[in-house]
Design a protein around this ligand. Structure first.
Ligand code: UD1
Length: 433
């Protein structure tokens, strides 16, 4: 089957300015948490992505009316409202497509007292267990079992508890989202230790607070949640997507260009910006914009992908692409997803010189990459291949762009606005929201 692909003629420095969309990883758990609300929820700055379409479809199947207001050139506004509070079974087709749909588990359980959610699919980036979600909900008093590949969770009323949520690789982002979203309606106080610190979790906490939840400690590793009887509705603006912003800045850096990314939260990007400076780029930060200018050679800058505030694992592949052109040797380690290196073989096809061992890639920088045909295998790996294609000499084809469309709103259009020669071949980006 022919898949959507990007054809890129690389070697041209990018210049100009683009805006950053709302954060996918904030939108998805917040949309799921709309199941908790007893009045309408209005979300602003919603990105137009296939993952958002998947989550909308899932929530409609769970009895929510999801309506979308599209105003030309402006981000989407979305209204979610419960029409039928009976459904508790999440359809397998949606959950298998996207791991974040597992975030309906906590809200369904808390509000409807039962949830049947298939074990998730999503990007193939190694072993992705859900034991922490399970442990947290069980500690709140839920009865959980696995039946025919589905998690079945039931509870007459959840009860607050003290829960340690850290696993062998640190806190879980969507695990924190699930347990926090359930605890807001539990009887009594929940103390969540080793909670994820990611800005998307803070955004979810702000949204829940706007609904009427009582949460203290957002942005720290210990959350104190006092359960309430009922939540109302809210109007909430999603935070900017720090991963999209980082990808656009790295696109400018890898082409030795300059760009300004507007509508960002620089405080969410600190480690990425520090590392870009270490790689030789000039970075200038405004209140809600970041500008980058990269002229000299790429300096080798080793990174370790870690939970926030460390370098995000979702930027690891793009960083590896940038370092493939470094003037020297460096390493990229991923402490969050040790097996997340599927992009390395494809980068090597473009002429990079990268060797992987365990969770570390050792990169011997090369002076140039050469265009060829490469295939994306997950969302951020595809972004890395697009960046490498922008820097490579001659034409590059990146196959399986449906992975990229899950998390980047029309990346090809944004890159063209910055002067890239990039063309989409095949299906237009799905906008079946
Ligand atoms: C979220 C993000 C994803 C990002 C990741 C890490 C969303 C929708 N997705 O994914 O883009 O790459 O955080 O920043 O927000 N783990 C366990 N047990 C569990 C759950 C996770 O051991 O029950 C492990 C994982 O295998 C991994 C680490 O914990 O090694 C972190 O995973 P987690 O934070 O849960 O990732 P996601 O929430 O799935």
């Amino acid at each position: 089957m022919a898949t959507t692909q990007f054809r890129i003629i690389g070697g041209k420095p990018l210049h100009g300015q683009v805006r950053c969309e709302g954060a996918k990883n904030a939108a998805l758990p917040i949309m799921a948490a709309a199941l908790l609300a007893s009045e309408p929820v209005h979300l602003q700055n919603v990105p137009q992505l296939t993952d958002i379409a998947t989550q909308s479809k899932l929530l409609r199947r769970l009895g929510l009316a999801v309506s979308i207001e599209r105003t030309c050139e402006k981000p989407l506004e979305m209204t979610l409202e419960t029409m039928d509070a009976q459904p508790v079974v999440a359809p397998e087709s949606c959950v298998r497509q996207m791991r974040a749909s597992f975030c309906v588990l906590g809200p369904l359980l808390a509000r409807r007292r039962k949830a049947v959610v298939p074990l998730p699919g999503g990007c193939r980036i190694g072993d992705r267990p859900v034991d922490l979600h399970w442990k947290g909900l069980a500690a709140l008093g839920a009865d959980l079992r696995l039946e025919h590949g589905c998690v079945v969770a039931e509870a007459r009323r959840l009860t607050g508890a003290t829960i340690e949520l850290s696993g062998p690789r640190g806190p879980s982002v969507t695990g924190t989202a699930n347990v926090m979203s359930a605890a807001v309606l539990a009887r009594g106080v929940t103390i969540l230790r080793d909670a994820a610190l990611e800005p998307e979790i803070v955004d979810l906490g702000c949204f829940l607070t706007a609904l009427g939840a009582k949460i203290e400690g957002l942005g720290t590793s210990t959350l104190r949640i006092e359960g309430v009887e009922q939540l109302g509705g809210a109007r909430h603006r999603l935070i900017p997507d720090r991963i999209e912003a980082a990808t656009l800045l790295l696109a400018a850096a890898i082409t030795r260009g300059s760009a300004t990314v507007l509508d960002v939260r620089p405080d969410h990007l600190q480690t990425v910006l520090e590392k870009l400076r270490a790689a030789g780029a000039a970075v200038d930060v405004g209140a809600d914009r970041v500008s980058i200018a990269a002229t000299g050679p790429v300096q080798p800058a080793s990174v370790i992908a870690e939970p926030f505030p460390g370098l995000p694992t979702d930027v690891q592949a793009q960083w590896t692409a940038l370092m493939s052109l470094a003037d020297g040797t460096c390493t990229v380690q991923d402490l969050v997803f040790s097996g997340r290196f599927s992009h390395v073989a494809e980068l090597n096809r473009l002429g990079a010189c990268i060797a992987c061992r365990d969770d570390i890639a050792t990169i011997n920088g090369v002076p140039r990459l050469e265009g060829t045909s490469v295939a994306a295998s997950d969302l951020r790996a595809s972004a890395a291949l697009v960046l490498a294609g922008l820097a490579a000499d001659g034409p590059t084809t990146v196959e399986h762009i449906h992975h990229l469309d899950r998390g980047y709103q029309r990346l090809d259009e944004k890159l063209r606005r910055l002067g890239a020669q990039i063309e989409r071949i095949g299906l237009p980006v799905e906008s079946a929201l």
